[in-house]
Design a protein around this ligand. Structure first.
Ligand SMILES: Cc1ncc(COP(=O)(O)O)c(C=O)c1O
Length: 378
């Protein structure tokens, strides 16, 4: 029996391969500094753990509403008022099994086979692979360091797009669209009949640049967010979408059939995350220190070509002075220096061979160790 062409088109998520290899080396007793995965090292806040423990005792934790437990949907809606001064009714909030599921739901609900969705290159690889798995056409929009790796209003036109997916802060580059540029992109998309999908998973993790949600500029934009990053809940698999009213019922039907519901325990725990800002901001302060440290120290050891990081916890560096094959470079770096990073090929099939991504979501001690090891290795 054959595998489907759709499945064959899906590329491996190389960072996960790197993580597996790094763990294998660790199990054989080799010390590895992890800068490969975008995973907060701290784990969830204390209040989140306590809420999960309480839910184990008091809740049935069976199937729940496909669109999410009502208190969590209400709390997320309130988050939009508090953070962005935008009114959102709780009905428009849909809880998902991580933002990963939200992409699948959004693509399935918004587009038909063969429709075209624009993606900034470099960008998060799962966008491209989920689009391929759902038989949609990926339209690569090349970006550059000069325009902070973001698509422009001109990019919306002339490509026959049905949708445009933008992340700000972006992965892998950490760059952000200033609110006025995001507004212009959202408006241009709406005017051109292009569905705007905004991946806001790195909101709250910004380093001095103001953040805006696409909802501020268009209530019909699809917003995707998650408890994985700022809220440090990667493994709990809980995220959310804010959608226009017309999509609520179609998304409910899709969720019911694809997943039934997001794990109940994760939802009760996520509810508590909104009350844990103090602890989460302490984690954020660690990333801020790491960012300052790496932006000063990496150039000293020779990694000197990257855009300043506005948000998220990544540095996307051009390493072409060392290699034209960043997959081989990161593999050798892991084996010889004990530092795990990610090849740019995960994010950009065209220029990624000249780039690597380094995550600074670990501790300052780990960043210092990485710089020491790389300084000796490069
Ligand atoms: C830009 C971006 N979007 C979405 C995700 C998926 O996150 P999750 O499914 O954990 O919410 C990630 C994970 O690294 C990411 O970097």
């Amino acid at each position: 029996m054959k595998t489907s062409k759709r499945a064959e088109a899906v590329q491996p998520f190389l960072v996960m391969d790197m993580m597996r290899e790094a763990s294998r080396l660790e199990r054989s007793g080799i010390d590895i500094v992890h800068m490969e995965v975008g995973q907060p090292s701290g784990g969830p806040a204390r209040k989140v753990i306590e809420a999960a423990q309480a839910a184990l005792k008091t809740e049935r934790l069976g199937y729940v509403d496909a669109l999410g437990i009502p208190p969590l949907r209400e709390r997320i809606a309130r988050h939009y008022k508090e953070t962005y001064d935008v009114e959102v009714s709780p009905e428009r909030v849909i809880v998902t099994t991580g933002s990963s599921a939200a992409f699948l739901l959004a693509f399935t609900a918004c587009f038909d086979r063969g429709q075209k969705v624009g993606l900034a290159t470099p960008g998060y690889p799962a966008y491209r692979n989920i689009l391929k798995a759902t038989d949609l056409d990926v339209v690569d929009i090349p970006t550059s360091a000069e325009n902070r790796w973001a698509p422009t209003v001109e990019d919306v036109k002339g490509r026959g797009l049905d949708g445009l997916l933008v992340a700000s802060p972006a992965n892998p580059t950490g760059t952000m669209l200033p609110p006025k540029d995001l507004a212009a992109l959202v408006t241009a998309s709406r005017d051109a009949g292009v569905r705007f999908i905004s991946d806001e998973i790195y909101h709250e993790l910004t380093w001095g640049v103001p953040q805006a949600t696409a909802l501020q500029f268009d209530q019909d934009a699809i917003i995707i967010n998650s408890f994985s990053k700022y809220y440090c809940m990667t493994g709990w698999r809980v995220g959310w979408m804010v959608v226009p009213e017309s999509l609520i019922r179609p998304l409910e039907c899709l969720s019911q059939n694809l997943y039934i519901s997001t794990p109940a325990i994760s939802q009760y725990a996520a509810l508590a995350a909104f009350g844990a800002r103090e602890e989460l901001d302490q984690r954020k302060a660690v990333y801020a220190t790491n960012r300052e440290y790496l932006m000063t120290e990496l150039p000293r050891i020779g990694i000197d070509k990257f855009t300043p990081v506005d948000g998220a916890f990544y540095i996307y560096a051009d390493v072409s002075k060392y290699t034209n094959d960043s997959l081989d470079f990161t593999t050798r770096m892991l084996k010889q220096a004990g530092v795990a990073t990610t090849t740019g090929l995960d994010f950009d099939p065209y220029e990624g061979h000249r780039h690597i991504r380094m995550s600074f979501a670990g501790s300052l001690a780990e960043m210092k160790e990485a710089v020491k090891r790389l300084g000796a290795w490069l």
